[in-house]
Design a protein around this ligand. Structure first.
Ligand code: NAD
Length: 433
């Protein structure tokens, strides 16, 4: 099939490459000239495991190209919209201007029978509004909403072998077109749910709201553990054995971040309020508040670990990205902690295997080290803020020889406390004695 993908960020670049890898002919469109030049040269503009390989192989097959010129979509019959929907400045609501601009730019190139497929995460009601816009355009194109569930760090696998496919459609034909697009995944038994626009839009925000709630739930338990001497890790293991609860996403720590969960739960509360149902998801404000308190908790632990003040103390912060195996620093707890500590007068040195370039753009005032060794050198305190494998596997005996003070805050409960203590470290975890 001939496809276009409008918006080539973390979602769109992977979607375009994966669809070409599966045999479709794909053109990726973005307004960001530099990003398109990199993609066209076969260089991913961001770090995502597996993306370089499929970008190269799909590019070599001749089935994948990238352009800033919307006219290039003319031959495609299915057009995925994967532009950003960030939090609006000064509001909890999602900023829909990129989605609207993409649809407006696309309309002149649409033909009768074309299918426009929304993949961006949007407030419920958006698809119905855009379907109306398409109908009024007279293009003869129709709309489907097909939310995306990929996880950064696993984006290629999640796109090629999704857990499930959700189609929000207004007619049967749209569903059969999407079946053709996703024939490979469907052939391996991937479940698919065919539903209306509103349900499809809500599935995505409900899934993210649930995941955020699960993380904040265990972090709330960590807060209680901290004043009672209980161990939230053992608590999570114990409740996680109940299959109705499950152990995954029950890791207490510095909390969630990134370009999705925080802004999606905020946009959901804003949309629910517009719909007169603010109280239905009011708990998400608490989920958000618990999450942000964990960042403060790490800062408070740092002050405590350094005897009441971090002023002029050298603090190594391990990690800047919001999660390992990504270079994404959007709403990153690790960066937030580094910025707060710097604000208190600490000499903060942050390090990360992939995220420094992005972090430097957002926070040029911070100091960055290229390696963990450089960050640790002479540090009075070490804060593990993103659980990269390289950091989880640090040798506490060797690390102790690099620092000025062997004191560590494990913001992700990712280190073996007993092993670090045995190596002479003062260890502080999250919700752990
Ligand atoms: P991103 O910021 O990395 O990418 C968005 C891209 O859209 C950018 O490259 C931007 O230049 C481009 N763009 C903006 N306006 C455009 C226009 N008018 N025409 C063409 N391109 C335009 O964002 P992302 O992380 O890829 O997220 C995109 C959407 O997907 C969001 O709604 C997000 O919530 C959703 N989503 C993201 C993920 C994820 O893990 N990143 C997962 C599921 C869903």
């Amino acid at each position: 099939m001939k496809l276009s993908v409008i918006g080539c960020g973390y979602l769109g670049a992977v979607h375009a490459s994966a669809m070409a890898e599966l045999g479709h002919e794909v053109v990726g469109i973005d307004v960001d000239q530099a990003k398109i030049e990199q993609l066209a040269a076969g260089r991913p503009p961001f770090f995502e495991p597996g993306l370089p390989e499929i970008l190269t192989s799909a590019g070599a097959s001749g089935r994948l190209r990238f352009s800033t010129d919307m006219a290039e979509v003319s031959e495609a019959t299915v057009h995925f919209v994967a532009v950003g929907t960030p939090q609006m400045q000064g509001s909890y609501a999602a900023d829909m201007r990129y989605v609207d601009a993409a649809i407006d730019a696309l309309i002149p190139y649409l033909k009768a029978g074309d299918l426009v497929v929304g993949k961006s995460t949007v407030p419920v009601g958006t698809a119905a509004r855009l379907a109306q816009k398409l109908a009024e355009s007279g293009s003869g194109a129709t709309l489907a909403w097909n939310p995306e569930f990929l996880r950064e760090g696993f984006a290629v696998k999640d796109t090629i072998e999704p857990d499930r496919l959700v189609y929000g459609v207004a007619d049967e034909r749209a569903a059969s077109v999407l079946d053709e697009v996703y024939a490979t995944a469907l052939g391996t038994g991937t479940p698919r749910i065919i539903t209306d626009y509103a349900t499809a839009e809500l599935v995505k925000v409900a899934a993210n709201a649930f995941l955020a709630t699960k993380i904040s739930f265990i972090n709330a338990m960590a807060e209680i553990a901290e004043v009672t001497g209980a161990d939230v890790g053992q608590l999570a293991d114990a409740i996680g054995h109940d299959a109705r609860i499950g152990r995954r996403f029950l890791n207490a720590g510095v909390g969630f971040g990134g370009g999705c969960l925080p802004k999606d739960i905020r946009a959901f509360t804003a949309r629910a309020e517009e719909l007169g149902r603010g109280e239905s998801v009011a708990f998400l404000k608490e989920v958000d508040a618990i999450n942000l308190r964990r960042r403060q908790r790490v800062v408070d632990l740092a002050v405590e670990a350094l005897g009441g003040s971090v002023y002029d103390k050298r603090i190594a912060v391990l990690g800047v990205t919001f999660k390992p195996d990504s270079d994404d620093v959007r709403d990153s707890p690790a960066l937030d902690v580094a910025v707060q500590l710097k604000g208190l007068g600490a000499r903060v040195v942050s390090t990360d295997p992939q995220g420094i370039e992005n972090a430097r753009i957002r926070h040029p005032q911070l100091d960055y080290a290229g390696t963990a060794d450089e960050a640790l050198a002479g540090a009075d305190l070490v804060v593990l803020a993103t659980e990269w494998k390289q950091f989880r596997e640090l040798d506490p005996v060797r690390s102790a020889t690099l620092v000025a003070g062997a004191s560590v805050i494990d913001g992700r409960n990712a280190l073996d406390a007993a092993v670090w203590r045995a190596a002479g470290w003062t260890y502080r975890g999250m919700g752990r004695p």
